[in-house]
Design a protein around this ligand. Structure first.
Ligand code: AMP
Ligand code: TRP
Length: 349
């Protein structure tokens, strides 16, 4: 996507001085995967060129489902390392861990008190996750998850939030809560826009192209993790499920498997899907897969290697995250103080 489309998708003047974006990805699973990398991270990297960017690791969100403490610590560092290896520049963008900025939880409480039960329980992610173990046994944190997400966002007054398609509903709720608060207590929060990539917003499972690629994939071959070896990456692409017929063309309905490979190809090379289809006219699915396997290895291999280099020095990574948290708090505290004052809390000493 060109910078121009990016700005157009943004809906506000991207050149506005100090225009800000914010986003985060949960530190769960074994690693970020090709879906979150292409649907979110690559888009973040593009936005940091133009905007005052804030990227964080939502560890508070991660504990809405059970986590092993040692694994969680490791996952947070690994996610931070993957952000940087994927192209987030911690000098240019503010990179931090959510639990280091207590204002997120403080604002979340205020917003929870503005949210209806029905409104919260209608969220698709809550319905999906709570359905797994039965709604009654789901933790309350799963229900309030999107409200904490709204607090994450509104504290920084961002113009845009770069995410994959599945987060659209949470951004809608964020906008509703901000509008409600502003209406009730006076102008406090900026109403943010979702920034969803035109290509790559929904990468599908390589084995089950009816489902999105996700860490809960039914087969490990459906999912490429950013920690995968070159051999694993190549094997998973070469064994991707393709569709009946032989013709390589983009058709999400009739050819979801091939269309998914074309999407991945397009995002990783910057070529348009149309150009790729033209290039492969008369060729077989196998040709496309062999070439894409090589492209993916060339693209993802260095990200994996840089991640492990960064993880070799956890003290350096922690210092960087502490610096980011201090910068984030400077902004978050201004918004929280205003929101507290607007709802009628007495100023503290
Ligand atoms: P998650 O991995 O579910 O925590 O999502 C992290 C970010 O990646 C969010 O912005 C998602 O919208 C995006 N994302 C996750 N899975 C995919 C996928 N299969 N295709 C595109 N974007 C995705
Ligand atoms: N819910 C998001 C996800 O699953 C993660 C997230 C938490 C987030 N807070 C956020 C994303 C704020 C954008 C902005 O990926």
């Amino acid at each position: 996507m060109t910078d121009r489309t990016q700005s157009a998708a943004f809906g506000v003047a991207a050149t506005e001085p100090g225009a800000r974006v914010l986003s985060g990805m949960q530190p769960t699973g074994d690693s970020l995967h090709l879906g979150s990398y292409m649907g979110a991270l690559l888009n973040w990297v593009r936005t940091q060129e133009q905007f005052d960017a804030y990227f964080f690791i939502p560890d508070l969100h991660a504990i809405t489902v059970p986590q092993d403490p040692a694994q969680l610590r490791q996952a947070v560092r690994r996610t931070a390392a993957q952000y940087i290896a994927g192209g987030i520049d911690p000098e240019r963008s503010t990179l931090f861990v959510q639990s280091h900025v207590p204002e997120h939880v403080q604002l979340a409480w205020v917003l929870m008190c503005q949210t209806g039960m029905g409104e919260a329980s209608r969220m698709t992610q809550f319905k999906d996750k709570s359905a797994k173990g039965g709604a009654d046994s789901a933790g309350v944190g799963l229900l309030t998850y999107p409200i904490l997400q709204a607090a994450d966002i509104l504290l920084y007054q961002p113009h845009g939030v770069p995410v994959g398609e599945d987060q659209k509903q949470h951004i809608e709720l964020t906008r509703d809560l901000a509008q409600r608060f502003n209406h009730r207590f006076g102008e406090t929060f900026r109403i943010p826009e979702p920034i969803i990539p035109e290509v790559g917003a929904r990468i599908l499972d390589l084995q089950e192209p009816a489902a999105k690629m996700s860490k809960s994939a039914s087969s490990p071959n459906g999912l490429i993790n950013l920690t995968d070896t070159d051999k694993q990456i190549a094997k998973k692409i070469k064994s991707a499920v393709t569709d009946d017929g032989t013709e390589i063309r983009f058709d999400r309905e009739a050819k979801p498997g091939v269309s998914n490979l074309l999407t991945i190809y397009s995002v990783l090379t910057g070529k348009t899907v149309g150009d790729i289809v033209a290039e492969y006219q008369g060729k077989m699915y196998g040709h496309l897969k062999v070439d894409l396997a090589e492209i993916a290895v060339q693209h993802l291999g260095p990200v994996r290697d840089r991640t492990s280099e960064l993880l070799d020095d956890p003290a350096e990574l922690d210092a960087l995250l502490a610096k980011g948290a201090a910068k984030a708090r400077d902004v978050a505290t201004v918004t929280l103080t205003e929101a507290y004052q607007k709802v009628g809390f007495l100023p503290g000493t």
